[in-house]
Design a protein around this ligand. Structure first.
Ligand SMILES: CC(C)(COP(=O)(O)OP(=O)(O)OC[C@H]1O[C@@H](n2cnc3c(N)ncnc32)[C@H](O)[C@@H]1OP(=O)(O)O)[C@@H](O)C(=O)NCCC(=O)NCCS
Length: 230
């Protein structure tokens, strides 16, 4: 596709350089090792293959979360979202979950989405915790604004972290009721909720970096709709 670069410069969302998230490894309840790492814009087309099947699953609100996540990742890929980042979880090289967010400004972070493909292992919870870790410890932010789009999300974020209600703020995800994780809430909950070890052993990291493996569409659908993975 031919791009008019002069106009493209105007259309592109401005970005600031962002601190990188150092990879870590989490031992899941089934003893498998999940590598959590940041991905690059170039990885987006592969991630979209995993998100696409979720759009058709109504159960547990995968459809709305999937379609929004798809748009956000594509927006990042096509330079239409400001200051976005994305972290993934991989087990044996396979993608098991995705989280993304962005910097609204230097101090305020926006939590966008959390999506678990492998279920029953708190993959989503660990990735959400990693996202909070990224905002507060690596991006150096004061607060993260969060919404829940599903009852599971509400239990996992608002209740488990005791997030603070932000009554006068509309979150950018459709203006839904916003909550925030402050630095204080993060450090109070960190010993209970934020886990993982660094550095990641070389063989594990090499395996993860070599290829983001994606299960086929049928397997992903079965996993998230509850047929597999229990
Ligand atoms: C919210 C989410 C990220 C949480 O991920 P998670 O921490 O790994 O949790 P799981 O999805 O495995 O499990 C959530 C609950 O559903 C149950 N569950 C549903 N399907 C399951 C399955 N196939 N296997 C095992 N447990 C399942 C679990 O028992 C668990 O119950 P609990 O809360 O009593 O522990 C994940 O459920 C998800 O991606 N949901 C769809 C998108 C979404 O809602 N995102 C958050 C938006 S705010």
């Amino acid at each position: 596709m031919a791009i008019d670069m002069e106009l493209e410069e105007v259309l592109r969302a401005p970005e600031v350089p962002q601190a990188k998230y150092p990879p870590k490894v989490i031992t899941l309840a089934n003893s498998k090792k999940m590598v959590v790492r940041e991905v690059q814009r170039e990885d987006v087309p592969v991630l979209l293959k995993a998100v696409r099947p979720t759009i058709n699953v109504e159960r547990d609100y995968y459809d709305i979360v999937g379609v929004r996540l798809y748009a956000e990742l594509l927006g990042w890929y096509r330079y239409r979202v400001r200051n976005e980042y994305c972290l993934i979880g991989q087990v044996d090289g396979y993608l098991v979950g995705i989280v993304n967010g962005r910097m609204l400004n230097e101090k305020i972070g926006i939590s966008l989405h959390t999506l678990a493909i492998d279920r029953g292992l708190r993959v989503g919870s660990h990735l959400f915790a990693s996202k909070m870790e990224h905002h507060i410890e690596y991006l150096g932010q004061e607060e993260v604004r969060i919404v829940a789009e599903s009852p599971i999300g509400f239990r996992r974020w608002m209740i488990e972290y005791g997030l603070e209600l932000l009554p006068d703020v509309q979150h950018e995800l459709g203006g839904a009721t916003a909550y925030r994780l402050t630095k204080q809430i993060y450090y109070d909950t960190k010993p209970r909720l934020v886990v993982g070890k660094r550095p990641v052993p070389k063989t594990l990291l090499d395996e993860a970096m070599q290829e983001i493996k994606i299960a086929d569409e049928k397997t992903i659908t079965e996993k998230i709709a509850g047929v597999k993975g229990r």
